[in-house]
Write a protein that binds this ligand. Structure first.
Ligand code: G3I
Length: 449
């Protein structure tokens, strides 16, 4: 049995092996200090994710996919899960392009944000022409069918998108959905919860970044009301599309914190900041640090990979240039994420009593922070192919697992799901879980089938 331990210190920016100690029980412990070198890994140090919007038609672009697979651990379909894409004709659902994105993400061990179930925009023609009770039923049917189809595969759904007016009114946006009755938003949330109880359910909007804006206040009051009345809402997404007309507000962190104080997670869901050079980098750094300063700001998603992939490509608002090179803004985000790293421990255990030749091994990587942790477990098949695996991993008493991905949990055992049980000899897959309390230094064992 071999056990390896790696600790990532807060300040250390140089990767170096510092110590190797052989324990009496035959365990090998190696300690190293380094800074994570990708956006996803550096965000994971504090239990957060770093995601991007993905367009299905770019999954054949090798530069695009190379950056996607290397840097990101959360994916949002840029357009492919919207109503016009998934239900082009009433009650005829098409998931081809959305599936391509979801399958790619899951094969890479990335999680998926669903975007979006109910929205006044990008409605298919048949829905645009609907009003009243027929539209209410059609909307709820859409929410139910799409959330059911992806149940178990979605980390968080943007259940309702952009339902409030811009400007000073603080009113709901006048849309065909709003005209079905003011309770349409909570009805959508209840339908989504029933269809996929495991997904976090979010309200998502833009121009809700400045705490003093009427629109921000209006969304805040709605979320407060939902929490008071038990409407199932778990998170608020701030799209955060910034440019000269709509700059990063000085009170951005206050806004994130005030939403979080309502008892919901907050996520930056569509971040892009027009500009270039050090000014753009400084703005990205501010946004990143604001999220890091708010415990319940659980992740950041940028709205595209390269500037040329952006809906605002003229504003060069993203972290990679058109050739896929890292911009100063990338470095600013990476450094900010690394400035608050937690402690990472990696343990490897090889089992000898597997029922199949070669068996499997499991490596657990723990990203811990004060009061919480994310464990990522890598399962690797031995010298022979396997058809399934179960990892046993005990946590210290008092710790609670709050959610898992890419595995089915039964107590302290996690087993493969349908798409990641078959591994060829030497092939690896990853699953993970998040929890409160401490993960300790887990020593996973892997049993193959
Ligand atoms: O794919 C077709 C192409 O075949 C056709 O030739 C072309 C002609 O207009 O249109 C192409 O589709 C466009 C699609 O993007 C893919 O590029 C649509 O017209 C265009 O409307 C669509 O824009 C999307 C926009 O949402 C629509 O509302 C953007 O890509 C997407 O980035 C943007 O994302 C939104 C979020 O969902 C919500 N928050 C704001 C954000 C930015 O607008």
């Amino acid at each position: 049995m071999k056990l390896t331990s790696r600790s990532v210190s807060r300040a250390a920016l140089v990767s170096s092996v510092l110590a190797t100690v052989t324990l009496s029980a035959g365990l090998l412990v190696a300690t190293s200090a380094n800074a994570a070198t990708t956006l996803g890994a550096s965000a994971a140090q504090s239990g957060r994710y770093f995601g991007t919007a993905v367009a299905a038609n770019k999954l054949s672009d090798s530069t695009y996919v190379g950056i996607l697979n290397r840097e990101f651990d959360m994916v949002t379909a840029e357009n492919e899960m919207k109503i016009d894409a998934t239900e082009p004709n009433q009650n005829q659902f098409t998931f081809g392009n959305a599936d391509r994105i979801v399958n790619h993400a899951r094969a890479q061990g990335m999680r998926v944000r669903g975007h979006t179930l109910a929205w006044h925009s990008q409605q298919p023609g048949w829905m645009q022409n609907m009003e009243g009770t027929a539209l209410r039923s059609a909307m709820l049917n859409h929410v139910t069918k799409v959330a059911q189809y992806y149940a178990g595969k979605i980390y968080a759904w943007d259940v309702v998108n952009e339902a409030f007016e811009d400007g000073s009114s603080g009113a709901r946006r006048n849309s065909n959905l709003q005209r079905t009755g003011n309770d349409w938003i909570e009805a959508a949330f209840r339908a989504a919860r029933a269809a996929d109880p495991a997904a976090k359910l979010c309200y998502n909007d833009y121009n809700t970044d400045d705490w003093t804006h009427a629109k921000t206040q209006a969304v805040y009051r709605m979320v407060q009301d939902f929490k008071t009345r038990g409407v199932p809402i778990d998170c608020v997404g701030l799209q955060s599309h910034f440019n000269a007309q709509s700059p990063v507000p000085s009170n951005y962190q206050t806004t994130l914190q005030n939403f979080a104080n309502l008892g919901v997670d907050v996520q930056i869901t569509e971040l892009d900041i027009e500009g270039s050079g050090t000014t753009q980098a400084a703005n990205y750094e501010r946004v990143t640090k604001a999220c890091l300063a708010v415990t319940r700001c659980t992740g950041i998603t940028v709205w595209g990979i390269r500037d040329t992939d952006s809906w605002r490509s003229y504003g060069t608002p993203l972290l990679f240039d058109g050739s896929g090179n890292k911009k100063p803004a990338y470095t600013a985000v990476l450094d900010a994420l690394n400035s608050v790293g937690g402690t990472t421990t990696t343990t490897t255990t090889t089992t000898s009593n597997d029922p199949v030749p070669g068996g499997c091994t499991a490596t657990a990587s723990v990203n811990a922070w004060n009061g919480g942790f994310v464990v990522t477990v890598k399962v690797t098949a031995g010298a022979a192919a396997i058809r399934g695996w179960t990892v046993t991993l005990a946590l210290p008493s008092g710790s609670t697992v709050t959610n898992s991905w890419n595995a089915t949990r039964n107590g302290n055992q996690w087993s493969n799901v349908a798409y990641n049980g078959n591994l060829t000899a030497g092939q690896a897959t990853e699953f993970g879980f998040q929890g409160t309390g401490s993960a300790g230094s887990p020593s996973p064992t892997c049993t193959a089938s």
